[in-house]
Design a binder for this molecule. Structure first.
Ligand SMILES: *Cc1c(COP(=O)(O)O)cnc(C)c1O
Length: 381
């Protein structure tokens, strides 16, 4: 890495580059495309291609690799959720496709467990659908779902979090059984459920009609995502696509969700790499980065560092740095602020009211692991 040039392209604009020890966060750039993806994207520059055909072929290639019936490359997982909700309401009806986000005359409710409300569920509403809770904060029963399904129910949504399962929610198996029993489709947000590999596409293989994946976690550009699903669901999603404006002369809500041809082939390259790479080596190298970050933090009074050992999902390992402010003189929140004020700024994560900082390897460039560990140690010593 040419250190003298670090971040120069941003500095020229008067913007300040940062060291990202938070992980894959959209606000900071989300991901750095891997070499295989950049190469594919460069090759795509050579020729133009009808995007309807490219979407179909790319989707087929990814579907075969992941073992699901069909795939559509979208403008991020958030876009996959938005297009899916539109597809559930409008189906194959072009009049309805052009009517959204006005949902008059359509089933427009998407059911979600009260305990599963989450930050990105908003993406399901942008096409005009309304989220409706079922169950309570204390849990969800089969009866809760059976009673919640009504004439306006367009789908039941489920948020998959295999790295920290919630035993009080109604499991996806039950949701699929009950919803499908009443002819209602099931959607799943599985944006980060990509490792172990059997998780990749698992929910569609279980019977869900749709699930999304965020390609930002796969080494693609963060501006792409994947809609996985049944042939029917993916066909309906494709009709919501930005391409429809020219390709079908139908103006759906998807126009602002544009994807480059470069990004589409990049997404294929990212999935191919993910499905064939040596994940033991990947995990081992991330563990080494975390250990390097941890080195300078060991043995500091009032500081307790542990390596997290979770490898499920998209962000393996990471460090939890617990700070006893009565010993170090600084709270975790104060450390995070000071790190951001440093040169270069280092971004880390702390939650309000918590006494520990979380560090992840995902967004660190070569050599930054050591810098992060040392800068935190300097503040706390
Ligand atoms: C990142 C993420 C999203 C949004 O994905 P984008 O590709 O950034 O639009 C949705 N759901 C979950 C669980 C995510 O982690």
């Amino acid at each position: 890495m040419a250190d003298t040039k670090w971040g120069e392209i941003y500095k020229e604009l008067g913007a300040k580059p940062i060291i990202n020890a938070i992980g894959s966060v959209t606000m900071l750039g989300g991901s750095t495309p891997i070499e295989e993806v950049k190469e594919a994207m460069d090759q795509a520059d050579q020729a133009y291609i009808p995007l309807m055909e490219l979407e179909e072929r790319a989707g087929k290639a990814i579907a075969d690799m992941v073992d699901v019936p069909a795939v559509y490359v979208t403008s991020g997982a958030g876009s996959a959720l938005a297009l899916a909700s539109a597809a559930l309401m409008a189906g194959d009806d072009d009049k309805r496709i052009e009517q959204l986000p006005d949902t008059t005359g359509m089933k427009n409710q998407i059911l979600i467990q009260t305990r599963q409300r989450y930050w990105y569920d908003r993406c399901l509403e942008v096409a005009g659908a309304k989220l409706v809770n079922f169950g309570t904060e204390d849990g969800t029963t089969r009866e809760d779902l059976e009673q919640a399904i009504g004439p306006d129910t367009a789908a039941v949504h489920y948020y998959a979090v295999e790295q920290s399962p919630d035993v009080k929610i109604l499991p996806l198996e039950d949701i699929i059984e009950i919803a499908h029993g009443k002819g209602v489709p099931v959607t799943v947000d599985a944006a980060g459920q990509i490792y172990p590999l059997e998780l990749f596409g698992k929910y569609v293989r279980m019977g869900a009609d749709f699930q999304c994946i965020a390609a930002k976690y796969l080494g693609a550009t963060q501006s792409v995502g994947l809609a996985l699903g049944t042939e029917e669901m993916i066909r309906k999603i494709s009709k919501q696509s930005f391409i429809g404006y020219e390709g079908r002369r139908v103006r759906g809500i998807g126009r602002p969700h544009k994807v480059d041809r470069q990004e589409i082939v990049g997404a294929v390259a990212a999935v191919r790499h993910w499905m064939t790479t040596n994940h033991e080596e990947r995990l081992a190298s991330i563990e080494v980065i975390c250990q390097t970050m941890m080195g300078p933090l060991k043995g500091i009074p009032g500081v307790d560092v542990v390596m997290m050992d979770n490898i499920i999902g998209h962000q393996p390992f990471g460090l939890q740095v617990r700070i006893d402010a009565s010993v170090t003189g600084l709270t975790a929140q104060e450390v995070v602020v000071k790190l951001k004020e440093g040169d270069p700024p280092i971004w880390t994560r702390v939650r309000e009211g918590e006494d520990f900082i979380i560090l992840h390897a995902f967004g660190l460039s070569k050599g930054e692991d050591k810098i992060v560990g040392e800068r935190i140690a300097e503040l706390l010593r």
